[in-house]
Design a protein around this ligand. Structure first.
Ligand SMILES: *Cc1c(COP(=O)(O)O)cnc(C)c1O
Length: 355
């Protein structure tokens, strides 16, 4: 069998939820499990996050799967309704849609649900992606509250720079100022905001990334935040090459040996979800010690420098990220984020659970 495997720790995920829960204080916690729980599997996420107050997903299909698995906590649809035809499913599955567009209010008015729904009314405070204009809040809140199909309203926004030095104040202050008067519950915090800005907690927090043991901040490691990596991507060396000085390795021969050296070929490539943009020098663990990749990542293989690993050979374990090597470090070397690497774990990689 091809030796690549992703090991996923339910314990680590449950631990990370406890970290989020402690930071949330009195706020309730939605475990954000979109994108197949950031690559970790929806069913694993349900078990690991059984203690969450709710789950947040993108699609009806994910929500229906969670209900089928026995989830009885609230389920938030983060992008709301993709059509008026989804209102009936919200009733049937008891889902809470985000309303981020005036059309959603029209749909609810024209096709009132058989039972009134809890809704999250999302305002745009500067992200300029999804959300209703904050300037029109008075009319929008009044209209939403007057709809017979609406049982309760929670106000919501999303931060564009909670992970950066500029922070959240430029969005949070207008949000609170404009909406405080209604006395409605509210929700704003993603992982970065929850970790760094306690004033964003409100009534519901929405951590995603941190639950999987990665850091939203370039300059702070997940370990420093008290988080444990949930996914470890592992493989083995399946061939060893002896290069002479001047010889190159892989497509484009991007890496050339300056002197005679040994190169290990690892069974992991971009078709497994490893980033093709990872250049020579991206960190890997060879037999538990830090090493580096060489040359261009190909579809099914990548190469590692065995210069410091004279004992390494066929079958030597290689960790691509996870336990002992933060996914954030690999993401940084590849010019991307841990979000992208975790979500991109390919379906062909076998997954095993571990403690
Ligand atoms: C994905 C998402 C989150 C979670 O964000 P993280 O940065 O992963 O914590 C929170 N809120 C919304 C609206 C989202 O789409």
């Amino acid at each position: 069998m091809r030796p690549i495997q992703a090991q996923i720790s339910i314990d680590a995920m449950a631990h990370n939820l406890r970290v989020a829960r402690a930071l949330a204080a009195d706020a309730r916690v939605f475990a954000v499990v979109k994108a197949n729980a950031y690559g970790h599997g929806l069913s694993r996420a349900r078990r690991a996050f059984a203690a969450a107050d709710g789950f947040a997903v993108l699609t009806l299909e994910e929500a229906a799967n969670l209900r089928q698995m026995g989830v009885d906590q609230p389920i938030l649809l983060l992008e709301g309704l993709f059509g008026a035809d989804e209102i009936a499913a919200c009733v049937e599955l008891d889902l809470w849609p985000v309303l981020h567009h005036a059309a959603h209010l029209d749909w609810l008015a024209q096709q009132p649900p058989a039972r009134p729904l809890q809704v999250f009314l999302k305002f745009d405070t500067g992200m300029h992606r999804l959300g209703l204009p904050l300037a029109e809040q008075a009319a929008l809140v009044a209209r939403t509250r007057s709809l017979p199909g609406v049982a309760g309203v929670t106000l919501m926004t999303h931060f564009a720079q909670a992970d950066e030095a500029v922070g959240v104040d430029w969005q949070l202050q207008p949000f609170l100022r404009e909406l405080a008067g209604y006395g409605l519950p509210w929700s704003s915090a993603n992982s970065a905001a929850l970790l760094r800005f306690p004033e964003t907690r409100g009534d519901w927090v929405r951590p995603g990334l941190m639950l999987y043991g990665a850091s939203p901040f370039p300059e702070v490691s997940a370990a420093e935040l008290g988080l444990r990596p949930a996914m470890t991507l592992q493989s083995e060396i399946i061939a060893v090459q002896a290069l002479q000085a001047g010889e190159g390795v892989g497509y484009g021969q991007l890496f050339r040996a300056e002197r005679a050296m040994r190169v290990g070929v690892v069974a992991c490539g971009y078709a497994d979800g490893y980033p093709r943009h990872a250049l020579t020098g991206t960190p890997v663990l060879v037999d538990g010690r830090i090493g580096r990749t060489l040359g261009r990542v190909s579809m099914d293989m990548l190469c590692v420098d065995l210069g410091d690993f004279p004992e390494a050979g066929l079958g030597t374990p290689v960790t691509l990220w996870g336990e002992g090597l933060p996914v954030d470090a690999v993401a940084a070397a590849a010019g991307t984020t841990s979000y992208e690497l975790l979500c991109a774990l390919a379906a062909r990689v076998p997954v095993a659970e571990r403690d």
